[in-house]
Design a protein around this ligand. Structure first.
Ligand code: 5GP
Length: 347
């Protein structure tokens, strides 16, 4: 048994220290990035925020509404092949990841869709990115799709970030147990504080010219700002994008002045009882559900939430004097709060 005693931090354990700057207004900052991917050499420009590949938020409608912000969607894997083919013919496909698991069915469906329509970005997503089988699938998907940008995870440590990039991933997806409807930490005791996971994985991935996506754990726009400050090239959101018109899931209505108005929406983990029952007829008896089902307040169109997120990020950038999103990690100094109070560390 071994105990690591270095501090490992979550978003809530830090704040970002303001810095002197000559920036006049938050309108002067640029929240887009142009990224060049290590395996394909392809470039992408946009606002590097990704709606999670959960069936509640990783929807076609979400992709259409995030496109004007330059943001991305990882589509959930339960759309059928014909619907995916139709969708990937659209202009906004450059901002969309086709998400898969690691089953033979997933790989066959991907091949069938790619034979009919170009898919430029693939997300290979499993709960535990530490298995040998997962690495083998990443290697296989890279071999069969040399021209596609591949994001793969989830992992939380530098050595696994390196292994995935060397196996063919352009972007590593970082976060185990960090999700708002995830119960992995309670059920298994496994996890890693998200901010530290991002810092450590970004360090490893950037050394190999790979990129990092922070997945899970953001509950307010300030957490998105902290994830970028920690070195994330992309930030993936589930819960913060739930409860909107673009989401799928049961809506709860209330009577108001004789009218039925939406007040809440169902949001659930992809390995919750709700998802397992919907897609597989229940949770297999050798496993336990590692996700929960919650009701989130209904919040109307996602545009309002996106404006809050970009507004928070722009403001943070003026506080630290970063003109471009790319400069944010270099200009970020986190201050530890709470138990670790008064300790300062630079990215
Ligand atoms: P959030 O932004 O809601 O905090 O986190 C979203 C992330 O939670 C997803 O992108 C995914 O990685 C993770 N997640 C989604 N459903 C489940 C689940 O049922 N179990 C676990 N362990 N993680 C989940």
């Amino acid at each position: 048994m071994h105990i690591e005693t270095d501090p490992k931090l979550d978003f809530k354990d830090v704040l970002i220290r303001p810095k002197r700057s000559t920036l006049g207004s938050r309108a002067d900052v640029d929240v887009t990035r142009t990224l060049k991917f290590v395996h394909t050499g392809a470039e992408w420009t946009g606002f590097p925020l990704i709606a999670s590949n959960m069936d509640t938020v990783g929807t076609f409608a979400m992709a259409r509404s995030l496109a004007p912000f330059g943001a991305m969607v990882a589509l959930h894997k339960h759309y059928d092949a014909d619907a995916l083919v139709e969708f990937f013919k659209a202009e906004l496909a450059a901002n969309v990841f086709y998400a898969i698991g690691t089953t033979r069915d997933d790989l066959d469906k991907l091949a069938a869709v790619r034979a009919r329509v170009p898919v430029t970005k693939i997300c290979i997503d499993v709960a535990n990115g530490y298995s040998q089988h997962f690495l083998e699938v990443v290697t296989e998907v890279r071999e069969k799709n040399p021209d596609a940008v591949i994001m793969a995870g989830a992992i939380v440590t530098g050595e696994m970030a390196e292994a995935l990039i060397l196996a063919g991933a352009d972007i590593v997806k970082v976060g185990i147990g960090s999700g708002s409807v995830c119960t992995t930490r309670d059920l298994t005791g496994v996890g890693y504080p998200q901010l530290s996971a991002v810092i450590e994985c970004a360090d490893a991935a950037h050394g190999l010219r790979g990129h990092v996506c922070s997945d899970g754990g953001c509950t307010v726009p300030g957490d998105v700002a902290k994830a970028f400050g920690a070195g994330a090239d992309f930030v993936m959101l589930g819960g913060m994008l739930a409860g909107h018109d673009e989401c799928e899931g049961t809506v709860k209505y209330a009577e108001e002045n004789g009218r039925k108005v939406p007040v809440a929406m169902e949001f659930y983990g992809m390995s919750s009882d709700t998802a397992m029952t919907k897609y597989y007829g229940g949770v297999a008896n050798y496993r336990a559900s590692e996700g929960k089902t919650v009701q989130v307040p209904y919040r109307g169109p996602v545009k309002g939430t996106m404006q809050e997120i970009t507004g928070g990020l722009r403001s943070m950038m003026t506080y630290i004097g970063a003109t471009r999103l790319k400069e944010v990690p270099k200009r970020t100094t986190f201050v530890m709060v709470g138990a670790q109070r008064n300790t300062v560390f630079d990215r």
